[in-house]
Design a protein around this ligand. Structure first.
Ligand SMILES: [Fe+2]
Ligand SMILES: [Fe+2]
Length: 406
């Protein structure tokens, strides 16, 4: 007896597909997070920071729908082929190889699958899935892919040889039946020569020629006596919150054993720091400077990377961020007093975000300590990393904040 070919996906086929999307979005989040510090191009760094968060949030939306379909562990039973692809994505060697694989292979294929999903599933019965894909994922993914296509010519010439890596990753995806896993599988390609794992980046990268911060030249102008000099100085430090984003991105990459909710939160925390860097960029541009004129505080990322991920997270969220709060309140008051409403608005959103970061720190530091077998209490790691910061930070402002001055 022959069975009629189904016109639409069964619930089980649909769930299997959504799991693959969720796992691939998480993989994009993870590879982009590992690579954020390793990409020197400023525009790409900013956009990758956004896309880490968008990929995390897309994966989270799919996971929510999967729970409704009673699939609770999408990562657990990924096919060996998909697992291999996900691992290999991290082994790119430069910006061109990251963009050519994450965006131009994986995200482009996801986009095609998202576009087709509404006509593959029973739209009338599975409308929550269709709603998530149409109203949330499609638009984001289209924009991500369009950005990468537009930006790629700027980097493709700088990193010759990227095509072999792109073809390899595309071949791995095809060997597992594509994004849907249902296309006729092709033979797995041979791995290109070389390609050691460069993650996690021990030093964050900037374009050659960008000025590097000199701690000895970092003089804080007096807020009351020299308000204009103070404002420029302060927003240059905001622009350098890029290094906080890079720190969080590496932490995210180094802590895959943590619960999904933590990863979703850290991806957002990371993007918030990108946004703080962007508010610095917006303001210094209004004041007549370009990002490439602002000395880059790469030292704070580099010195924090000498610590394990758990220590870095505790230091950032239970020392640096709480210590910074009084200064933000004082700055807002100062800028309101001198009618600088742009600066006051910028710092007020920063302050609001930071409340959440501190809350996440309180929630996740104990779980990190437990997961990675630390014997310390949250208070002990806070005190230890604060003492370490006073010894090791190249940024005088952080030292002053730790000592209660601002
Ligand atoms: Fe921040
Ligand atoms: Fe923060």
């Amino acid at each position: 007896m022959s069975r009629k070919t189904a016109s639409r996906l069964t619930l089980e086929q649909n769930t299997a597909l959504l799991k693959r999307y969720a796992v691939l979005e998480r993989a994009c989040m993870r590879t982009l997070a590992g690579w954020l510090p390793g990409v020197p191009e400023w525009e790409a760094k900013n956009l990758i920071g956004l896309h880490i968060w968008e990929s995390a949030d897309a994966s989270d939306a799919l996971r929510g729908r999967l729970r409704e379909l009673r699939a609770y562990h999408p990562d657990r039973d990924a096919s060996p082929g998909l697992s291999r692809l996900i691992q290999e994505l991290d082994y790119a060697q430069n910006t061109a190889e990251v963009l050519a694989t994450v965006y131009l292979v994986v995200k482009s294929a996801l986009l095609e699958a998202y576009r087709a999903h509404a006509t593959r599933t029973w739209e009338d019965f599975d409308n929550p899935t269709v709603k998530i894909i149409r109203e949330r994922l499609l638009d984001l993914t289209e924009k991500q892919v369009a950005w990468a296509q537009g930006f790629f010519p700027e980097v493709s010439g700088r990193y010759p040889g990227w095509e072999a890596w792109r073809d390899y990753i595309a071949g791995l995806l095809a060997a597992d039946g594509g994004v849907t896993g249902t296309a006729p599988p092709e033979e797995a390609p041979a791995r290109p020569e070389g390609h050691p794992l460069l993650l996690p980046w021990k030093e964050c990268q900037r374009m050659p020629g960008w000025p590097i911060f000199n701690p000895d030249e970092d003089i804080q102008p007096d807020r009351e006596r020299e308000p204009e000099a103070y404002r420029l100085w302060r927003f240059k430090h905001y622009l350098n919150e890029m290094t906080a984003a890079e720190t969080l991105a590496s932490i995210l990459w180094m802590t895959p054993e943590m619960p999904w909710e933590y990863q979703h939160n850290v991806a957002r925390h990371q993007w918030d720091e990108i946004r703080h860097s962007q508010l610095g960029q917006t303001r210094v541009e209004q004041l007549g400077l370009q990002p490439s004129d602002v000395p880059q505080v790469v030292q704070i990322y580099n010195v924090m990377m000498t610590l394990p991920a758990v220590d870095q997270y505790a230091l950032l969220t239970t020392v640096i961020e709480p210590n910074g709060m009084p200064e933000k309140a004082a700055n807002r008051e100062h800028w309101e007093q001198i009618d600088d409403e742009i600066s006051a608005a910028a710092v007020s959103y920063d302050w609001s975000d930071e409340n959440f970061h501190i809350r996440w720190g309180k929630k996740w530091t104990p779980v990190l300590l437990e997961t990675y077998g630390y014997q310390e209490t949250p208070e002990e790691i806070r005190a230890r990393t604060e003492a370490w910061l006073l010894e090791n930070t190249p940024v005088k402002m952080q030292k002053k904040m730790a000592q209660g001055e601002f």
